[in-house]
Design a protein around this ligand. Structure first.
Ligand SMILES: NC(=O)c1ccc[n+]([C@@H]2O[C@H](COP(=O)([O-])OP(=O)(O)OC[C@H]3O[C@@H](n4cnc5c(N)ncnc54)[C@H](OP(=O)(O)O)[C@@H]3O)[C@@H](O)[C@H]2O)c1
Length: 281
């Protein structure tokens, strides 16, 4: 397998599961408004059709600007945002979701996540408000993020609107086996955030060897491994080089030996670990 060139991957080759494109663009810490709009525009023009933002990233307006600038119809784009942990009381969900739509310049989002099950999160009240947004047509799907298996199961019981995905940190140094099983049992997609472990996967010799063998970047190896696990990945990339490099992972097929070598990595590394994370309670 030779070096992968992003230009050889057509947009329509981006596979989907449940209608969600399996590779998206992350935007956390892409806070310079011009830069962020440019990243989103470049991604959409490269072929990406899934963009991930959040109220807490302080860039919803710039993401909306990038979407407006790109020559891609809104209906073709899978747009996700998240309600921050201080806004999860019923009235705040209803009000701030509308504010997010205004900042994004859209009349619906494809996926609205509960960013973390923390602070003002009250399962019944919060998910009741998400249900209302779903019924009003402002969101196409409910998402949860950073939910432990038991919290996901509780949410599934309480929420009448479809819960499409649980967005959690996942990469070769945090394979999330138990959580993936719970998601699979309940037809909930896993979306991997920090799919490059914020750069830490690049230093693993197993990943480096596989990258060299296929003539691709370490980033592509990590993203192809996630795809092989049936997981959607949303790597954050700012400039065109990284955006295109990650896109090219869609045409990298790892073989059984590669997958086994990555599965055998024993190092564990959680890159995003705030005190309010449910695993710290
Ligand atoms: N739900 C949550 O609680 C949560 C938490 C964390 C993240 N997220 C979401 O997940 C997204 C991704 O996670 P993340 O931003 O934490 O980390 P990440 O995607 O694992 O890593 C991003 C870092 O890797 C670099 N990079 C990207 N592509 C590269 C490539 N091909 N070669 C070399 N370096 C590359 C980026 O640099 P450049 O920026 O310079 O391109 C950036 O420094 C976030 O942006 C956000 O949308 C969600």
């Amino acid at each position: 397998m030779g070096t992968r060139d992003a230009d050889t991957v057509a947009p329509e080759s981006c596979p989907t599961s449940s209608g969600m494109p399996v590779l998206g663009l992350g935007t956390w810490q892409n806070t310079d408004a011009d830069q962020c709009a440019e990243s989103v525009e470049t991604a959409l023009e490269t072929g990406y059709r899934h963009i991930d933002t959040a109220q807490a990233y302080d860039n919803e307006e710039a993401v909306g600007e990038g979407i407006a600038r790109a020559d891609v119809d809104r209906e073709e784009i899978f747009l996700a945002t998240k309600i921050w942990i201080s806004n999860l009381a019923r009235e705040d969900v209803l009000e701030t979701a509308r504010e997010s739509l205004d900042r994004l310049g859209v009349d619906y989002v494809d996926l609205l996540y509960v960013h973390w099950p923390a602070r003002t999160y009250d399962p019944e009240e919060t998910l009741g408000a998400f249900e209302q947004l779903y019924e009003e047509g402002l969101i196409e799907n409910v998402g949860v993020s950073n939910f432990l298996p038991e919290q996901l199961e509780e949410a599934l019981e309480l929420c009448d609107a479809p819960i499409l995905a649980n967005q959690v940190e996942m990469h070769p140094l945090l394979p999330q086996s138990e959580l993936r099983e719970t998601c699979a049992d309940n037809d909930v997609e896993v979306v991997a955030y920090s799919p490059l472990a914020r750069g830490d996967v690049f230093d693993r010799p197993e990943i480096q060897e596989i990258a060299e063998k296929h003539g691709v970047s370490e980033a592509q190896v990590s993203l192809a491994w996630l795809r092989e696990k049936g997981v959607t990945a949303i790597p954050k990339a700012t400039g065109g080089d990284h955006i295109r490099d990650n896109w090219a992972s869609l045409s990298l097929d790892l073989d059984d030996e590669d997958i086994e070598a990555i599965d055998s990595i024993e190092e564990r590394n959680r890159a995003v670990d705030p005190e309010f994370g449910p695993w710290n309670q």
